[in-house]
Design a binder for this molecule. Structure first.
Ligand code: GLY
Length: 353
């Protein structure tokens, strides 16, 4: 049995980014990934949308805004290590509405909304405009993170399932895996929707189905959509590579795989109602993923019941947005024992009181 300094369990965006941050501080890091392709980060739309998601004022909004703030410089850092562009784009998010709702400083009246985005449903009566929200191409980001991790010498073991976490009193002693026993000085659990398979923490899967369409070649000179549309139960995310991502269902069906007719129909109906131009665009791909949902929709970050295991899971709808801040907070906690105030409401123990 070979001892490693830090083992990160989970090879999604959170696991990779946290491993990179720790490596940059000097740690020797190994990532154990059960199935790299299954991570929620691959399935996401990559929206950086604390305002469009209407996250209420409080610690979650503070966390999300802090992470959105970190994004440009953090992405630049990852890209400069990996050489892979992650498609960060502060394109703004427009949230059109079919009915008059509470109006605040972000509200635009109908003429302004329709002038800002041609081709919206004629039933749209106004909308909210969030210029500081945006997107990153989540799949490109994960490629960039993976490549950066390799450049930095982080060991990435794919196809290894952690089966049991052994402990003696309040310390993890070793991991039993499908490839034998492994141990480290410290462990980080970043297993997203699968976390409850390893520890009794309050994270369950919430399935999201998605699809993408392609902008037809004759419309690619000037893309018909250059901002995210965040509708009611639908979002439409244009990429610079001529794809448009449409998401997402939110289903409490455990780990039931595959796209379903009902799920895809729901997405297509809502998307073509909001932005009818899409109805003739060729469908490119359909897919699904599992968000790690917690009872209060806040992530679980920080100390665990074990002195040498730190939790970084439960990011629900905001994993891609929260990746930079999670990596920073967890690396500071593990490496410098510095617990940022942002962590105080995110402890696993909040559900056990
Ligand atoms: N972040 C959007 C979603 O989870 O569907």
């Amino acid at each position: 049995m070979q001892a490693r300094e830090i083992i990160v369990i989970g090879g999604g965006a959170i696991g990779l980014a946290t491993a990179i941050e720790l490596r940059l501080l000097g740690a020797k890091v190994t990532i154990l990934s059960k199935d790299f392709k299954a991570a929620a980060g691959h399935a996401a739309a990559g929206m950086l949308a604390p305002q469009a998601e209407q996250i209420p004022t409080g610690s979650m909004l503070d966390l999300c805004l802090a992470s959105r703030e970190l994004y440009p410089s953090w992405v630049q850092k990852i890209e400069s290590i990996s050489g892979i562009n992650a498609g960060y784009w502060q394109c703004g998010i427009l949230a059109p509405r079919y009915t008059q709702t509470e109006q605040n400083s972000a509200w635009l009246a109908a003429p302004t909304v329709h002038a800002q985005q041609a081709g919206l449903s004629e039933s749209i009566v106004g909308g909210y405009w969030y210029p500081a929200d945006g997107q990153v191409d989540n799949r490109a980001l994960i490629r960039s993170l993976f490549s950066a991790s390799q450049s930095l010498g982080i060991e990435f073991v794919d196809g290894v399932a952690v089966e049991t976490i052994h402990h003696c009193q309040n310390r993890i002693t070793q991991l039993e895996t499908s490839q034998g026993s492994m141990s480290a000085q410290h462990y980080i659990l970043a297993t997203g929707a699968w976390s409850q398979q390893l520890l009794p923490i309050e994270v369950v899967p919430r399935k999201g189905q998605m699809l993408s369409v392609l902008v037809p070649p004759e419309q690619r000179d000037r893309l018909p959509l250059q901002q995210v549309l965040f509708g009611e139960e639908i979002y439409i995310v244009p990429r610079r590579d001529d794809k448009i991502i449409i998401g997402a269902t939110s289903e409490d069906v455990g780990f039931a795989p595959q796209n379903t007719p009902q799920g895809v129909q729901q997405l297509l109906t809502a998307a073509t109602r909001l932005f009818p131009l899409l109805q003739d665009f060729p469908i490119h791909e359909t897919w699904w993923g599992f968000r790690p949902a917690t009872p209060d929709e806040l992530p679980i970050l920080g100390a665990s019941a074990y002195d040498n295991l730190t939790l970084a899971t439960g990011h629900y709808r905001n994993g891609i947005l929260l990746t930079p801040i999670t990596a920073k907070l967890i690396a500071d906690l593990v490496w410098h024992q510095k617990a940022d105030g942002l962590l105080s409401d995110l402890s696993w123990e909040r559900f056990n009181l």
